[in-house]
Design a protein around this ligand. Structure first.
Ligand code: C5P
Length: 219
């Protein structure tokens, strides 16, 4: 069983996908974390992003892996724990440039499809229903207003000690969505057969319940 959850930045995909996967005993794959890991590597090694080949070479030498914990997962590049570093503003504000590079996408999609071969999976991102898992039995497109998404990101950031002002966060979210949905390769878009859930006025439990219900109908 494959559950694909796509949607714009901070729409709640990862929070929801993680809970749904845990409840069902499925693998959870956060594909955004993989593009963030690639961006972290590029920034750390001062890799020029005008040409994807240097980053591709650097990626060839490393493994990006997830380690489940009670309340989520840790993200590693080789043995370096980058879980928190990949949520910092420098990575967030550069990730759309990295994810628009065709060779990087080809590599990431290959890795994501390999992870999906390991068993039942919930995978979230931007192109899961359209490109990575086009035959997923359940496809969700999760949205929320930009104001609500900025508020959620603001609360998350404060908890992590990241102090970006709310209005700046909203501008950054809108800018990232624009880049992600206008890029040439696999832009953010709802798959024709995806079910759209607007989470603006919904709590986490309500969204989880809706998705579990949808999954039940195809099981
Ligand atoms: O989901 P998250 O906000 O962590 O994703 C970070 C970025 O990674 C997105 O803004 C997008 O540029 C890229 N991404 C992508 N395709 C995916 C998942 C994420 O291009 N499947």
């Amino acid at each position: 069983m494959q559950v694909a959850i796509d949607g714009p930045a901070s729409s709640g995909k990862s929070t929801i996908a993680k809970i749904v996967a845990k409840k069902l005993g499925f693998i959870y794959c956060d594909t955004g974390a993989m593009y963030r890991a690639a961006t972290w590597l590029a920034l750390r090694d001062h890799i020029n992003l005008d040409d994807a080949s240097d980053l591709l070479k650097a990626l060839d030498d490393v493994t990006i892996r997830f380690e489940p914990t009670d309340d989520g997962q840790l993200v590693f590049i080789n043995d370096i724990d980058i879980t928190h570093a990949i949520r910092e503003p420098d990575v967030t504000n550069n990730v759309s440039q990295v994810s628009a590079l065709a060779p990087i996408r080809t590599e990431m999609v290959k890795r994501q499809q390999q992870i999906a071969e390991e068993g039942n999976i919930v995978m979230d991102g931007r192109d899961i229903g359209t490109t990575v898992l086009p035959h997923a039995q359940v496809k969700i497109f999760m949205t929320a207003s930009a104001e609500e998404r900025a508020k959620r990101r603001y609360a998350e950031n404060i908890a992590k000690g990241i102090m970006t002002p709310l209005s700046q966060l909203q501008d950054e979210i809108v800018a990232r969505d624009h880049k992600d949905s206008t890029r040439k390769i696999s832009p953010l878009r709802k798959a024709d057969d995806a079910i759209e859930i607007d989470t603006t006025h919904l709590g986490i439990d309500e969204v989880v319940a809706q998705i579990l219900e949808i999954i039940q109908t195809v099981q």
